[in-house]
Design a protein around this ligand. Structure first.
Ligand code: ADP
Ligand code: MG
Length: 668
């Protein structure tokens, strides 16, 4: 069977199914073979996982009748107690009234789910029939396609003579004893057992990392050959810019800008990361760097992760630079189409010097005349390839990354390789350390008294909750509950709400009102996490703080303490002994916290959460699979080297590299 045939050739795929597969972007036999499941659910009884927060099947007997409760958000929940493996476990199941007839006192049931150690309950997601033994289910995440259809199709395809080209060099398959391509594809769709799942994932992750490394390494080698044009600028103008600031730069800020200046003068493109805690003053550094290139006759772009942040930096940059003849514009997805068209036109024709924006900047239709520097703020919020897309807009671009989430040295900068790093350790003068306190919900009255005093001083309060509305858990704080709580205590204060589900205009309006001091208390989810700057905000209350990761808590704390006023970070929780909270309470040093986070295995924030941003990395995870990555990277170096020396014949290499070159030429 020819892999390029369309799917009508496969037995069991009728017109309707074919249409639906097409809607999912699957057109050919090959497309179908390579549409792997996004994940696998392995349903196996494993009592040892009972308290581990990992999903498992358990069996047991109900020791009382279940209780049906109406949940606040109008969904139903069923609570029952199960006797199993010598334990008595509280189980909770959300929704699904049909269970009513299957569970009753004395019933023996088989359920699947996982334990939530915070709420001390087993959250049930499935009930099995009594003859259940074990099962592996593929999750395809395809719209309107049933699993059995794919299984049937794959079996039919494999019943034919097939020629599938291997996608990894042979020596690597042997080196790691990876499944060959045919086995790999077949067993990816129809794994026989847990070991098959392990093996196909092992190969998939390795393969993703391998090609990722090849691409990155190849791009790097292209960059290394670049000799950029000389940047010539008027130093006096830079000096006058610094002199016009209403503050004095700190020692560390000064040394970082001089490092940047040196990089810009070199003939190879700058590739530098500036890391420094929230509030240490990185914005001015990025604007300074942009200004150097603008003075040299180039354009500059600053990309930030949120619209709010883009707005804020835009205002600041305009205020600083417009009077120096620099044309500054803003580009986000909420800019009106007509305005956007105008901006894109002027950008392409070099009538804009500095553009500040969100992801909107990396869209295909954004073209520069001569982009001299690409600055990526809060770089860990972007995927590697997203960053690369901005950088690749112009061949000679200098790159500057900024981050408040330091990369732990122990991670060895695996991601960046040839990146130079500057660190800012000092805070601007007069800044007081934010006082951090763990407060138990029991002590909320006292807390509200202190907050009241702050509000009397005309200061503002952030309140952050882990959820917008609470659907799946009964006792986690959400935006609504927090709003009600604060409203009860401060009925005459103005309270605003922001969360990710609000329309962007509404979000911006509320944020702006808070910025202007028209709102006293801002209740929100973590949308305020990054970079926002409100000087009179002196308290941040983080509700259910134990639900957040270390890096995130540290970032949130950085919302306050951005001026001369004493600020407070309150970690509100029922879990006062939580290790992460104790770490945050005892340290304000972002570098230390980053190391602690790595040890405590917090969320994989460092390397960019946004995995979807990494082209070709759908399964592999830099944090969890770092060992696989290291092997794949090493192999990629060696093989790419052989390939370049023409010691290696490989069609795949040829194809991939040809693609990369084509892409680059398209962009430049
Ligand atoms: P971050 O490093 O988190 O991006 P910002 O650049 O937003 O920090 O700076 C936080 C605040 O500190 C801003 O209001 C900025 O104007 C101010 N700032 C920056 N550098 C200094 C300095 N050297 N002295 C006083 N204030 C400063
Ligand atoms: Mg910043």
């Amino acid at each position: 069977m020819n892999l390029d045939y369309d799917l009508s050739i496969v037995k069991g795929i009728g017109n309707k199914t074919q249409d639906r597969l097409n809607e999912n972007g699957i057109y050919t036999v090959k497309d179908l073979l390579f549409s792997f499941p996004k994940s696998y659910d392995i349903y196996e009884e494993n009592p040892s996982l009972l308290r581990s927060e990992k999903s498992t099947v358990i069996k047991g007997e109900l020791d009382s009748n279940p209780v049906f409760i109406k949940h606040r958000t109008n969904s139903n929940a069923i609570i029952f107690y199960l006797l199993c493996y010598g334990n008595r476990i509280k189980c909770i199941y959300f929704g699904g009234d049909y269970l009513r007839y299957k569970i009753y006192k004395g019933a023996n049931i088989i359920i699947y789910g996982k334990y939530n150690s915070f709420n001390k309950e087993f959250v049930v997601s499935k009930l099995f029939e009594s003859n259940f033994i074990s099962r592996i289910e593929c999750n395809y995440k395809l719209k309107d396609i049933k699993n059995y259809l794919i299984e049937k199709a794959i079996k039919d395809i494999f019943s034919n003579e097939l020629k599938i080209e291997e996608t990894l060099p042979n020596e690597l398959l042997q080196k790691y004893k990876l499944y060959d391509i045919k086995n790999y594809i077949y067993l990816s769709h129809i794994p026989r057992n847990r070991e098959d799942v392990r093996q196909v994932l092992r190969r998939r992750k390795y393969e993703e990392f391998f090609w990722y490394s090849i691409r990155l390494e190849y791009l790097k080698s292209l960059r290394a050959e670049i000799i950029k044009p000389k940047r010539i600028f008027d130093k006096e103008k830079l000096k006058s810019f610094i002199d016009s600031l209403d503050f004095k730069l700190t020692k560390d800020q000064l040394s970082v800008i001089s490092e940047i200046e040196k990089d810009i003068k070199l003939d190879k493109p700058m590739n530098r990361l500036v890391q420094g805690d929230v509030g240490c003053g990185k914005t001015i550094i990025s604007i300074y760097a942009a200004y150097i290139l603008i003075l040299s006759g180039y354009q500059a772009a600053i990309m930030v992760p949120t619209e709010i942040l883009a707005n804020q930096q835009f205002q600041f940059a305009r205020e600083m630079l417009a009077k120096r003849g620099v044309i500054v514009e803003l580009l986000t997805s909420s800019i009106k189409d007509s305005d956007k068209k105008d901006i894109l036109y002027r950008l392409k024709n070099n009538r804009i010097n500095l553009i500040i924006g969100t992801h909107a900047l990396i869209e295909e239709n954004v073209k520069f005349d001569n982009l001299g520097i690409a600055i990526i703020d809060e770089q860990h919020k972007f995927g590697v390839m997203q960053r690369q897309k901005l950088i690749d807009k112009y061949k000679y671009t200098d790159c500057l990354y900024l981050t408040a989430t330091p990369i732990p040295r122990s991670l060895g900068l695996t991601m960046f390789g040839d990146l130079d790093i500057s660190s800012i350790h000092t805070m601007p003068e007069g800044r007081l350390n934010t006082i951090t306190k763990i407060v138990n919900y029991r002590a909320i009255k006292g807390l509200m008294k202190s907050i009241s005093k702050e509000l009397d001083k005309n200061n503002q309060i952030y309140v952050v909750t882990p959820l917008i509305d609470d659907i799946n858990s009964l006792d986690v704080m959400d935006v609504k509950k927090a709003y009600n709580l604060f409203n009860e205590y401060f009925p005459d204060k103005k309270i605003g709400i922001v969360h990710g589900k609000l329309h962007t205009d509404e979000k911006n309006r509320v944020m702006n009102d808070f910025y202007l001091g028209k709102i006293d208390i801002l209740v929100s989810t973590t949308v305020i996490e990054v970079g926002v700057n409100v000087k009179r905000a002196t308290v941040i209350v983080i509700c259910d703080a134990n639900q957040f990761g270390l890096a995130q808590l540290h970032q949130l704390r950085g919302r306050v303490g951005r001026s001369i006023y004493q600020s407070y970070c309150i970690l509100l929780t029922n879990d006062s002994e939580n290790e992460r909270l104790l770490t945050i309470e005892s340290s304000t040093d972002g570098f230390k916290i980053a190391e602690a986070d790595l040890k405590q295995r917090g969320p994989g924030d460092y390397l960019g959460n946004d995995q979807s941003g990494y082209v070709g990395l759908d399964y592999a995870d830099f944090y969890e699979d770092i060992k696989i990555y290291e092997c794949a990277k090493k192999d990629a170096y060696e093989l790419l080297d052989k390939f370049k020396k023409k010691e290696l014949e490989s069609n795949i290499f040829n194809d991939i590299i040809r693609n990369e070159v084509a892409n680059r030429n398209k962009n430049n």
